[in-house]
Design a protein around this ligand. Structure first.
Ligand SMILES: [Zn+2]
Ligand SMILES: [Zn+2]
Length: 431
């Protein structure tokens, strides 16, 4: 028997309604904020990620799914930002669009050792804005993340905020850490000893207790920030207060990827434990240029969908709220008529199904019950003779014999109205 690869998941029909719900809400909220969807390939040149995430980032070092085609090395995308940046440059979107606001929803891949909460194929909902350095855009991005979480019925999350500053400031920050730690290397964990040489900022968010103690003594606040970056960061904090969005300043928040500059943020949730964020993002003002485009500032974030689903309190319900009509036919002749009726009703937009398992009337009624059908239409010998259909309202248990026109009228009344009110309910919920 074949089994799925460790670290991958089947999303079975029972679960899929929650996924669809989260996706639908995301489409709606992004639309409210005037973002357009972008879809980019799952396969990219591996060097795109080496170049953007950094050769020494954990993702590039250990987690890339690589595949070779002749001389070329491809990677299954481990995240979305690098691909959006590549698409922006390749399609000349700077000339066509000016400011670009896009979002994406889809699978990402990392070669993780399968363990609790870590998947090799997982899903991101993310967005990027390319073409503005305005710090009020940083506030929009965080408020968008906040609006998404609220709409997903997630509460008790914390927004952690920091500023790495511009490229110069980041160098200064690295220097401050280097000078502060060079005589204390023996107090750091093995990973941090390696990071000291290749990816020094990552030492700041090491989870090791001894490392954290040592780092605290450096008293890193915002002393690495230049005046411009300091002003931007102050403005962002002021705007967040204006928007009534709670945040915590965390000077040790760096994020693991090379491309981040300026504001970075991470959103955590108690129920995920200390290791795992719901999502994260920040500015990456140099990435477009580093990938061969013009110097263009940008900002974005992504949520892990599996993690959102873990902490979301929403009650799964079908936004389309389908009302199923189930047709039961009792002989060959009735089956033909049933097929025709089903086709007719489907063309009118009703959701209709019938028994394909050769069940008895009793068995088929049980099936209709399991499927939560709103109405059952029975066609048997008696109905054929009289030229009518028996319509059973599954909620009230009431049953009547109707001709075709009466039947459609009845279904329009019974289902049309219910669907209408379901739609209104959805609308007010999303509003
Ligand atoms: Zn700066
Ligand atoms: Zn460490």
């Amino acid at each position: 028997m074949f089994k799925r690869i460790p670290g991958t998941k089947d999303i079975l029909p029972e679960e899929v309604s929650r996924w669809q719900q989260i996706e639908r809400i995301a489409h709606r909220i992004f639309t409210i904020y005037n973002y357009q969807e972008i879809r980019f390939p799952i396969l990219e040149e591996a060097s795109l990620f080496n170049r953007s995430l950094g050769n020494y980032s954990e993702v590039v070092q250990k987690q890339m799914f690589l595949t070779r085609s002749g001389k070329d090395i491809y990677a299954l995308r481990p995240e979305g930002t690098a691909s959006v940046a590549r698409a922006y440059i390749e399609n000349n979107l700077d000339k066509i669009k000016g400011l670009l606001k896009v979002y994406y929803i889809g699978p990402m891949f990392r070669l993780e050792r399968p363990q609790k909460g870590r998947l090799r194929q997982f899903h991101h909902i993310g967005c990027e804005v390319i073409g503005s350095q305005d710090s009020s855009l940083d506030a929009e991005i965080i408020s968008l993340a906040d609006a998404l979480l609220n709409s997903f019925s997630i509460n008790d999350y914390q927004i952690h905020l920091n500023s790495l500053g511009c490229k110069k400031d980041k160098h200064l920050l690295a220097q401050i850490i280097q000078n502060g730690l060079k005589d204390k290397l023996d107090r750091l964990c093995a990973d941090c000893k390696r990071r000291f040489k290749v990816n020094i900022l990552r030492i700041l968010d090491c989870k090791n207790k001894d490392c954290q103690e040592t780092i605290k003594q450096l008293e890193i606040q915002d002393k690495h920030l230049c005046l411009g970056c300091k002003t931007d960061f102050e403005e962002l904090k002021e705007n967040l207060r204006l928007l009534k969005i709670d945040y915590q300043i965390n000077p040790y928040l760096v994020r693991g990827l090379d491309y981040y500059t300026g504001m970075v943020f991470e959103i955590t949730h108690k129920r995920l434990g200390s290791q795992d964020a719901l999502g994260a993002g920040g500015r990456y003002d140099n990435l477009i240029e580093e990938l061969g485009g013009h110097s263009t500032p940008a900002v974005g974030f992504a949520f892990g969908v599996e993690r959102l689903l873990l902490v979301s309190n929403f009650i799964p319900y079908n936004l389309e709220s389908k009302k199923l009509i189930y047709i039961i036919t009792l002989d060959k002749e009735a089956k033909k008529l049933g097929l025709e009726l089903m086709n007719n009703l489907r063309k009118k937009g009703f959701c209709v199904d019938t028994d394909y398992e050769g069940k008895t009337l009793k068995g088929a009624m049980r099936k209709a019950n399991d499927l939560k059908a709103s109405f059952v239409i029975i066609i048997g010998e008696d109905e054929l003779k009289k030229g009518v259909f028996t319509l059973r309202d599954m909620l009230s248990g009431g049953q009547k014999q109707l001709n075709k026109e009466q039947l459609i009228q009845e279904l329009n009344l019974g289902i049309g109205l219910k669907q209408q009110s379901a739609k209104n309910a959805t609308y007010s919920y999303l509003r």
